[in-house]
Design a protein. Structure first.
Lengths: 306, 451
């Protein structure tokens, strides 16, 4: 009898538990798990969602083509170039924004005049609309923009440079924009980390005669290394998914030298309506992100101090 | 005998007039027989706003069909705007849709987003050729849309600059060499030798040099007769080389690299007199009466699209089909007859209102001169902005030979490749010849892959 009563209580508790979890579970299944597995399946198909007039006949509009999409990807000149471009964005913006963010956080962590307004000034770009910021940067880098005028005024260039359409220059404004917008986020995370470094370590180092630079390299850097590791992972993933800032700059220019992976995926899906192919491109992006995240996790033992 | 011959000659001369009259009667009669008392409510999706002629169009329609309520939805004719239209069609929100550009219409035909009108067209005896000049716009031999809207291609000229350069009368026919010479004559320089005002300009889209070939062959500038791409054609190679020379070497045309890089449009640079005095623009006329944004102090004259050699049939001198209207509503919907009535009216009598937005009616029954009155009101008012005589002679002459496109194999791919490699040529990354050679190779691969 007691056992039966216990089982009934257990069931009631389980039901209550499931009821609490259900909203999050349904949301997760509908918005994350289902699209994820659908993307995986669609990557092996030829599919145009515009043709689907009735969900009941969905199968009629999807044709299974095996690995054809993946074979096409590696001969797709623009997609391969977009992978190369995205790597350039990752290799330039991630280290620079992390180093600059740490330096600014370190400086603002001490006694600085107008500390709060300065923090705010660095953080505002991160919370601003990327489209608006992109438009401002595009204006700065246009043919008669401030950058060209300044460079010509300094006598460094004779004629205005075509920053947005010249393939050898076209990544530079985007790199500046990405570094500028991500700096605030990196700085805020580092400031939180720096405040957790025990003061006693610096006091002991001062007594031992360590210089400011030595204290920074021997105490600060190792102590914030878990944060650096977190930022490397987060920023790398963000850069591999970069879209808005690139889209503002590439709009209308038609060149391939500054496009990103997600932009190519968007173009396949919503300009060419090749949703099967776009899904295959998304799977490749996922594999790239997993690969680099795994490498980072593997390498962290050598430089991250917990 | 002489009298008989004279009478025969007179009858012969009258024949085309009588034929045209008879043809006009055929075109207009089929819609006037409809029942105009039907009622319903429909949504009409179109890239132009109410103030760009669409309110007047709907009011005119309601004067004939008072019981049909038409709700205008304006969308942006870019890739994002067209995507939102497509998703709205799937959601059942779009009843009548005007697609701009054949590639957008084609994607919708292919995806079955438009209702197949073939049976209705046959039932009512609607003659596509008599009404809109072509029956080429079909998919799988089915009619989904009417090619009712078009574009007129011309050179708009700042008459102050033209007269100051002493270029005389506006040409009724001219070659590309003559156009480049006029552009050079109109170019003004600063004291340091830099360009103050560019003498000419291409339109801001990348594909305009291919229309040099289009004006010669009359259709499908991207494709040869055998279905391969045409970018290795000597006419196209010379056209791109000419544009490169005009923009990069001689600096007599406003650079396309700046148009594309800074998101400028040809009508802006023309109307603010910042850079160009003449421009190859299809929709320039829309902006001329816009005194609030462009208060110009010059009269705009019009010259026809230049030709390679004088005497050549100029297929860019007519109205090239550009917008295609059809029905997206479920044929079983109770408002379908209202949508069909509106589509027929819009594609015929109503299409003249496109002129208020700079596009041209492609319906053969449109009264000549309606563009001028819709844009400016009266000829006296028009004379404040344009050279009326050249406007009438050049803009929207639907009876002139027209260019059209009906070959769409890998069109989107070929078009984006063309845009990319054109920019490489005009940005000095590759020579025009090398860029077109590479473009030919890639475009042919894309065409072969789709076939």
């Amino acid at each position: 009898m007691a056992r039966k009563h216990r089982n009934q209580n257990q069931i009631k508790e389980n039901i209550a538990g499931y009821a609490f979890v259900m909203p999050a579970l349904v949301t997760y299944v509908l918005l994350i798990a289902f699209p994820f597995f659908l993307t995986l399946i669609l990557s092996f198909t030829k599919f145009n969602f515009l043709k689907v007039r009735s969900l009941a006949k969905l199968g009629k509009y999807i044709s299974w083509i095996g690995l054809d999409n993946f074979r096409t990807i590696f001969t797709d000149r623009r997609f391969v170039q977009s992978i190369g471009n995205t790597f350039v964005y990752a290799l330039t913006t991630v280290p620079v924004s992390i180093v600059l963010g740490l330096v600014i956080a370190y400086l603002l962590n001490g006694r600085v005049f107008c500390k709060k307004p300065l923090r705010l000034a660095f953080f505002i770009p991160y919370i601003s609309s990327i489209v608006a910021l992109g438009a401002v940067f595009k204006f700065l880098f246009r043919e008669d923009g401030l950058v060209n005028r300044a460079l010509m005024g300094l006598g460094w260039i004779a004629e205005p440079w075509k920053w947005t359409v010249e393939p050898s220059l076209s990544k530079i404004p985007i790199i500046f924009l990405v570094i500028w917008t991500s700096l605030g986020y990196v700085m805020i995370i580092y400031m939180a980390a720096l405040q957790n470094v025990p003061r006693s370590l610096y006091e002991a180092a001062t007594i031992d005669g360590a210089s400011g630079f030595q204290q920074f390299t021997r105490i600060t850097l190792p102590m914030v290394s878990p944060t650096t590791f977190y930022l490397v992972i987060v920023r790398l993933i963000a850069i591999f998914k970069i879209f808005g800032s690139v889209n503002v700059f590439t709009m209308g220019s038609s060149i391939a030298s500054n496009t990103s992976i997600v932009q190519e995926i968007y173009s396949s899906a919503f300009s060419d309506y090749a949703h099967g192919y776009a899904s295959a491109q998304s799977v490749v992006l996922l594999l790239i992100i997993i690969f680099f995240t795994a490498i980072n996790f593997g390498g962290q033992k050598k430089w991250v101090h917990y | 005998m002489k009298k008989v011959l004279c009478l025969l000659l007179a009858a012969l001369m009258l024949l085309p007039t009588l034929a045209a009259f008879a043809e006009g009667e055929d075109i207009t009669s089929w819609i006037l027989e409809d029942d105009t008392s039907i009622s319903g409510e429909i949504s009409f999706w179109m890239p132009f706003k109410g103030s760009q002629g669409m309110d007047a169009l709907i009011a005119d329609f309601n004067s004939i069909y008072p019981n049909i309520k038409v709700n205008l939805n304006t969308y942006n004719n870019n890739s994002d705007g067209n995507l939102s239209v497509n998703t709205s069609i799937l959601a059942g929100e779009v009843d009548v849709l005007a697609s701009f550009g054949l590639s957008n219409a084609y994607k919708r035909w292919e995806a079955g987003l438009y209702v197949d009108l073939t049976d209705l067209v046959e039932e009512e005896g609607i003659d596509l050729v008599a009404n809109w000049g072509s029956d080429a716009f079909k998919y799988d031999d089915c009619i989904y849309t009417f090619p009712c809207g078009g574009l007129s291609y011309y050179v708009a000229i700042n008459m102050n600059a033209w007269n100051a350069a002493g270029l005389g009368e506006l040409p009724t026919e001219w070659t590309w060499d003559e156009y480049f010479a006029a552009s050079k004559a109109m170019t003004e320089y600063n004291e340091d030798g830099t360009v103050k005002v560019y003498g000419g300009s291409s339109y801001h889209s990348q594909n305009y040099y291919t229309y040099v070939y289009g004006s010669l062959v009359g259709k499908n500038a991207y494709y040869d007769e055998d279905g391969t791409c045409s970018f290795d054609n000597p006419v196209i190679i010379k056209a791109l080389q000419d544009e490169y020379n005009a923009e990069v070497v001689d600096k007599i045309w406003f650079p396309k690299s700046i148009y594309r890089g800074d998101n400028l449009q040809a009508q802006q640079t023309f109307l603010v007199e910042r850079t160009c005095n003449s421009s190859l623009t299809p929709n320039m006329v829309r902006f001329l009466p816009d005194t609030a944004n462009y208060g110009v102090d010059f009269i705009t004259g019009f010259a026809p699209w230049p030709v390679i050699e004088k005497g050549q049939t100029n297929y860019m001198s007519g109205v090239a089909p550009f917008s295609h209207a059809g029905i997206c509503m479920d044929p079983d919907d109770e408002d379908f007859p209202a949508a069909w009535a509106f589509l027929k009216w819009y594609s015929t009598y109503g299409v003249k209102y496109l002129a208020a937005a700079g596009h041209q009616p492609n319906w053969k029954g449109t009264e000549p001169g309606s563009a001028l009155s819709l844009l400016f009101g009266t000829e006296e008012e028009a004379a404040k902005f344009v050279d009326v005589e050249s406007f009438k002679r050049v803009v929207g002459v639907s009876t002139n030979p027209s260019y059209y496109e009906d070959e769409l194999t890998a069109y989107s791919k070929v078009n984006s490749l063309m845009a990319e490699y054109t920019m490489y040529a005009l940005n000095d990354v590759m020579t025009p010849e090398a860029a077109l050679a590479e473009l030919t190779k890639l475009a042919d691969e894309a065409i072969a892959a789709e076939r």
